[in-house]
Write a protein that binds this ligand. Structure first.
Ligand code: CMC
Length: 428
């Protein structure tokens, strides 16, 4: 029988330590007992960018990066994308189980009836410059919501928490749509609570005063599936930020603004925008080999490729590639798709990418669909943030209910100057 522990010999002292193993992991605090002498602080682990450090136990999302598997609460992403809808997946992610019909109806009703924002929020958004990036507007407006709901600071009250969760999930499409209308110089369209989640979002984007406006059902379903795919992805940069800010007991609006800010970066959720800009720059399939040469010469990154966890095809990218065909039947084919397919073909045959396990990630094809649907490139990160709101909030609740969690506070290895005496200006 194997013993669930690790035996560590410190060659500096010859001492041996036994460290328990749980879930293939050792507790970093157990290393602290490894000391050269009694006054020694004890050993730490060094892990910039948390490449091999679990910061939490979680029951929300499972990823097997080598096999390309993604599950929410145990349900494969492929089945959820095929058979469920965003509101149901949001319930599942938040509460851990699929809803009964009654639970679904109540949840859907709650979300549907919290879509409006205070008129001052609208005025606040109107104050942004005409060319403000929609994601910057989104981040700032989510943060501003905390000024409207001071009770949100009562994070230890589950009822108060749930109120903010419903508000956030319901209001993010409204804020996103307002940011889009602002960037287009168009009047903001109020939510229509007769419409479902995705349809209402599309209406707030598109409506031009028609009384008979009806969103295209194929595009609405495609967007709903894209939302499902983006709900959660365990401890990525944005979610880790949500947890770090939440660990100081900030209100959920402030924490989520931080998470969205992390998502904005081009290495994370901003990659969908960066992919499209890259495809536009390549311009033509014939320019792909030269571009790939530049990537291999380390002049730039192939945006939408590579992932910290997936060392295989991102399962979300596979589903998105399939949806693309359905969307293009309605919108017409996006010419950028040919460039993307050629990039993928060349990259997946090239040793540079194969040896580093660089495959298309979720952002490689999503932007092509968003663009075909008529979204400007700057809206892409906002489209990521809407569904990720659910994941951020589910992870935030899990954090607050986890007794093992405390304020996040990493250590450092100090390599600066040793103590030295201050030198007055005239003597320097
Ligand atoms: N193009 C070219 N080379 C790459 C790329 C890329 N997109 N990604 C990684 N590499 C190389 C990297 O240079 C390194 O090579 P070497 O070992 O020879 O120095 C090797 O592959 C390993 O990469 P890494 O930078 O150590 O990997 P990481 O886990 O730190 O970074 C990543 C992951 C996603 C930030 C990175 O792959 C990247 O910058 N990709 C492009 C941006 C992108 O598409 N981001 C979206 C991620 S999925 C959406 C989400 O975040 O939720």
């Amino acid at each position: 029988m194997t013993k669930e522990s690790l035996t560590i010999t410190d060659n500096r002292t010859g001492k041996t330590y036994e460290v328990p193993i749980e879930h293939d992991t050792i507790n970093a605090m157990d290393l602290r007992k490894i000391k050269v002498n009694e006054g020694d602080f004890g050993m730490m682990s060094y892990d910039p960018a948390f490449k091999n450090t679990a910061s939490t136990k979680s029951t929300i999302t499972y990823i097997d990066g080598d096999k390309g598997i993604l599950r929410y609460r145990g349900y494969p992403i492929e089945q959820l994308a095929e058979e469920s809808n965003f509101i149901e997946v949001a319930y599942l992610t938040m509460f851990g189980e699929l809803p009964t019909q009654q639970q679904y109806n109540e949840w859907e009703y709650e979300i549907r009836h919290h879509t409006f924002v205070h008129e001052n929020i609208k005025q606040l958004m109107e104050a942004f410059r005409y060319d403000a990036h929609p994601m910057s507007m989104f981040i700032s407006t989510v943060a501003a919501l905390s000024t409207y709901y001071p009770e949100a600071r009562n994070i230890s009250d589950p009822q108060a928490r749930m109120k903010q969760i419903v508000r956030l999930i319901a209001k993010v499409p409204t804020i996103a749509a307002f940011s889009y209308r602002h960037s287009r110089g168009l009047p903001y369209v109020y939510p229509d609570n007769n419409l479902g989640y995705t349809e209402n979002f599309l209406a707030m984007l598109d409506k031009m005063g028609q009384t008979d406006y009806a969103p295209n059902p194929i595009l609405a379903r495609a967007l709903d599936v894209l939302f499902i795919l983006h709900v959660d992805h365990e401890q990525n940069c944005g979610t880790a930020t949500m947890r770090v800010i939440g660990s100081s007991h900030s209100d959920p609006y402030s924490s989520m603004a931080g998470a969205a800010a992390a998502l904005f970066g081009p290495l994370h959720g901003g990659a969908n925008e960066a992919v499209l800009r890259m495809l536009v720059e390549i311009g033509d399939v014939k320019n792909v080999p030269d571009f790939v040469k530049g990537v291999k010469n380390r002049e730039r990154l192939l945006m939408g490729f590579g992932h910290r966890v997936y060392k295989n095809y991102d399962p979300r990218a596979k589903i998105i590639k399939r949806i693309a065909d359905e969307v293009f039947e309605t919108t017409g084919r996006n010419p950028m798709l040919d460039i993307a397919l050629e990039l993928e073909r060349i990259a997946l045959e090239d040793d540079f990418f194969v040896s580093r396990n660089l495959y298309p990630n979720v952002d490689f094809y999503s932007g092509i669909i968003y663009q075909a649907m008529g979204f400007p490139v700057a809206m892409f990160p906002v489209l990521f943030a809407i569904p990720r709101t659910v994941g951020w909030l589910a992870q935030w609740v899990e954090l607050l209910e986890d007794d093992a969690q405390k304020i996040a506070r990493p250590r450092q290895i100090y390599l600066g100057k040793d103590t030295r005496d201050f030198v007055p200006m005239k003597s320097r």
